[in-house]
Design a protein around this ligand. Sequence first.
Ligand code: PXP
Length: 243
Amino acid sequence: MSKQLKLGINIDHVATVRQARRGNTPDPAYAAALCELAGCDSIVCHLREDRRHIQDRDVYLLKQVVKTYLNLEMALSDEIVKIALDVKPYQVTLVPEKREELTTEGGLDVIKNFEKIRDNVKKFTKKGIRVSLFIEPDRRQIEAGKKTGAGFIEIHTGRYADAKTEQEIKRELEKISDAANYALSINLRVNAGHGLDYKNTPAICRIKGIEELNIGYSIIGRAVFTGLESAVREMRDVMKESV
Ligand code: PXP
């Protein structure tokens, strides 16, 4: 029997609302607790260099209160690496980061930054922190990812989410499916995420071998109207009905 697809919830945008007034509410730690009560499998947050949403305090607090597991998204800047090694989340997901972007725009270029990524994977692994690499559905990048020593990849689903025509959508889904198969064939474990919502998630759920989906924006956006627990449960239902 195949294992149930897991749901990791990215709570960055709870912090985005708080930071709009530099206040102390809504608190991502409360959000994490509600997401867990509603049945999510992990909590994801991204400590960006510009601290536009999640703050250092949030990461330390989440490490203490999260009962499922904490997946910290981060770029390989010295400052953030130092914090991550101090916090020791269950997992780090390495992402590229540009200050001017609205959200993470592309996957890591593992080929170009191979040595830096490999050296940091070693540092995290030595501390007992699991490492995942956020990469495009591209065999060459995945192959390089394997060579860094990381155990997981997260396939970037953003291009699929942005695809407009049926043909484009089909092509992007094929790329993701091929990438997942290839990664599994070289013993990498596979997650996926970015831009997934209540409509485009089912097709991703039908791709065999993906373990976990990381979803943020669509769930937090829906929560404004329905409440967080209901928004999480609805996504869980969408995922259950899709496989
Ligand atoms: N996975 C990664 C690596 C991301 O950077 C993000 C966005 O922070 C997500 C998943 C979630 O994307 P979205 O907020 O579009 O659901």
